[in-house]
Design a protein around this ligand. Structure first.
Ligand code: SF4
Length: 315
């Protein structure tokens, strides 16, 4: 006989924490919480996920994407096909030497792609959050013939796109009849409702909210605000150093030999060669009079670009 599994996606942010607490109140069948580790989160978020597990008593399963096979395949492609495409041997050698998996999901995704994600090509959320949860948690249950209810901590007031979502919808039906449902029980909640849920259960919120972070997720996120980037550079300079190192690694793996964390608004080689994370951090220190880039938000959180995923997995 098939059963129903309720899978709660936890990010360490306020909404998914409120979602987990709501699920604990409702006690649905076969509740399981999942955290998809991008490899680009702050240690305080990792610590917070452990704290949540300890305080709620609900085990939180960690999943990570693995790009080793795809990097190996790309390396083979570079070595056998790039010359036919007119790529210089020195560039082939450079990229092949850089196409080595590191074990960090975010970095390996970028090495494989030869670029960082951007607001226009936000493949990170899908590859690092959605797919590992689907492939490692939901799919095996569905293939066994069980139904899966995927709980998502999305609020309609976060964006226009999210305002059109419905609370509950069937996502897919397997050949064996097993159903995957999306369930968004906090869709009509406000951010304050989410924090109130923390207080109701005596659960602290992620401490990063008190340190200038508007959202909790990657540090930094490709969609971070100008003031958030500035805060990160002041409070957590090691995060900027890490991204600067990653820029070198991704640059080496790319065909053009250039890549920056904040991607060019268009296919602009001059940008990609020069606008490194350190340059953008310097810009973040400027006031509005400085040169402005349209991909990082300058205004209020409500206007901030955000993860384009409708799954709310990046908070
Ligand atoms: S959208 Fe931001 S938080 Fe989400 S995976 Fe991409 S970089 Fe990380």
């Amino acid at each position: 006989m098939s059963s129903e599994h309720n899978v709660i996606s936890v990010s360490g942010g306020k909404d998914s924490t409120a979602l987990l607490l709501l699920a604990i109140e409702r006690q649905p069948d076969n509740l399981q919480a999942v955290f998809a580790d991008t490899g680009n989160e702050h240690q305080q978020t990792y610590d917070y996920v452990f704290y949540l597990e300890q305080e709620t008593g609900i085990p939180i399963r960690w999943v990570r994407a693995d790009f080793a096979a795809r990097i190996a395949h790309k390396r083979e492609y570079v070595l056998t096909k790039w010359a036919e495409k007119g790529v210089a041997q020195k560039d082939i050698d450079r990229a092949a030497a850089a196409l080595i998996p590191t074990g960090n999901p975010f970095l390996d995704l970028c090495i494989w792609k030869g670029r960082f994600p951007s607001t226009k090509a936000a493949f990170c959320s899908e590859e690092l959050k959605r797919n590992p949860i689907i492939n490692q948690v939901q799919k095996p249950l569905l293939e066994a013939g069980d139904d899966v209810i995927s709980w998502q901590g999305i609020r309609a007031d976060e964006s226009l796109r999210r305002s059109f979502l419905v609370e509950s919808e069937i996502k897919s039906v397997e050949k064996n009849g097993a159903e995957l449902w999306n369930y968004r029980p906090i869709l009509k909640w406000t951010a304050e409702d989410a924090f109130a849920m923390h207080r109701k259960h005596g659960i602290k919120h992620n401490p990063l909210y008190e340190q200038g972070m508007g959202r909790v997720g990657c540090m930094p996120c490709i969609n971070c605000r100008k003031d958030e980037l500035l805060e990160i550079s002041k409070r957590f300079p090691e995060a900027i150093d890490r991204i600067a190192d990653w820029e070198h690694a991704v640059k080496a793996a790319s065909k053009r030999g250039m890549s920056t964390f904040f991607a060019a608004p268009s296919n602009d080689n001059k940008w990609s060669a020069k606008q490194t994370i350190r340059v953008i951090v310097e810009w973040a220190k400027t006031s509005r009079g400085g040169k402005q880039y349209d991909f990082i938000r300058i205004g209020d959180e409500a206007d901030a670009p955000m993860c384009s995923s409708i799954y709310g997995l990046c908070e």
